[in-house]
Design a protein around this ligand. Structure first.
Ligand SMILES: [Zn+2]
Length: 311
């Protein structure tokens, strides 16, 4: 698929807020979290049909992948609670069956904040123990200038997954796979086998520099390893749903992987020469990639910092 999606308003807001939070400018006075929540509260959800009975919902934080059918729905991530009404309307258009399962790709609120209302409505939420741990205590993300309080009892995932598990429903095999530490220390990917759709969570941001949560166990090397593990089984036909950005194909995933490796190698070489973070940022190690990857969300400077922390 080669769908080009323009930056949504919240993506632009996120970009500005991330720049501001890191640079310590006036922009950091309003957290990226407030800005993204305000966007989600507008309740504009776009549904992208992918293949067979699998679709993607865009507009409530990170991308949400949905398997629909008479056995109930399976969601990858739950978006932001403030867009509950719009989410309910979008899900109803995909069929009348209720949401049976939600898999959280990781703990970040733009992927898990909807867990509470979905569990109240009868869904079972699946996550790694690390994700549950971050959700059940105060967790700070300095780059977002925000401390997340522990979630309410309804927001705590009830299934802790430490090994692969396959859910069979609606004629589909849904493989839920805990990853090594990558975007955070507790990511999972979900593969819809028959539809041949892979949901990567935030280990993959299509066409833009990714955020990496180094304060919660994430790192550049683990992110590259996660992408390499996808490249071992995805084919030219596989549809890949990233955490952010348009649905992608294998070629786009490969391009992302090659960018990550090149930037990692450049930053590592400079760091191992003894250069400080400021010196490495000033050397602009991402320069050959900025025109394509640095346009929004995570700036070249912030991405350099995130990579520096992990090498
Ligand atoms: Zn994330």
């Amino acid at each position: 698929m080669s769908t080009i999606r323009t930056a949504t308003t919240w993506q632009r807001a996120l970009s500005l807020a991330l720049i501001g939070a890191w640079a310590g400018s006036a922009l950091s006075e309003e957290s990226v979290v407030d800005k993204v929540n305000a966007e989600a509260a507008k309740g504009v959800i776009v549904t992208h049909a992918l293949r067979a009975n699998v679709a993607e919902l865009e507009g409530s934080g990170g991308n949400i992948t949905v398997l629909s059918g008479p056995d109930g729905k399976f969601l990858v991530d739950s978006g932001i609670g403030l867009s509950k009404a719009a989410m309910q309307a979008s899900l109803a258009k995909l069929g009348s069956s209720p949401v049976k399962y939600v898999a959280n790709t990781h703990w970040h609120w733009d992927h898990s904040d909807g867990d509470a209302w979905l569990q109240q409505a009868g869904a079972t939420v699946i996550a790694t123990p690390q994700t549950v741990s971050h959700l059940t205590q105060a967790s700070r993300v300095s780059d977002w200038n925000h401390t997340f309080p522990p979630v309410s009892a309804d927001g705590v995932p009830s299934v802790r997954l430490t090994a692969d598990k396959t859910y069979t429903m609606n004629g589909e095999s849904v493989v839920v796979h805990p990853l090594m530490a990558s975007h955070t220390d507790g990511d999972i990917s979900v593969y819809f086998k028959h539809a041949d759709v892979l949901a990567t969570g935030d280990t993959f941001w299509n066409g833009v520099y990714p955020y990496i949560d180094d304060e919660h166990g994430g790192g550049i090397n683990g992110t590259i390893a996660a992408v390499d593990s996808y490249l071992k089984f995805v084919t030219d036909k596989t549809i890949i749903v990233p955490g952010h950005g348009a649905a992608a194909d294998r070629k786009q995933l490969l391009e992302y992987r090659d960018m990550l490796v090149a930037v990692r190698d450049r930053v590592a070489a400079l760091k191992h020469q003894g250069k400080t973070l400021s010196e490495v940022v000033a050397a602009k190690p991402t320069a050959p990639f900025d025109a394509k990857w640095g346009k929004f969300i995570v700036t070249p400077e912030l991405f350099t910092k995130l990579v520096y922390e992990g090498v």
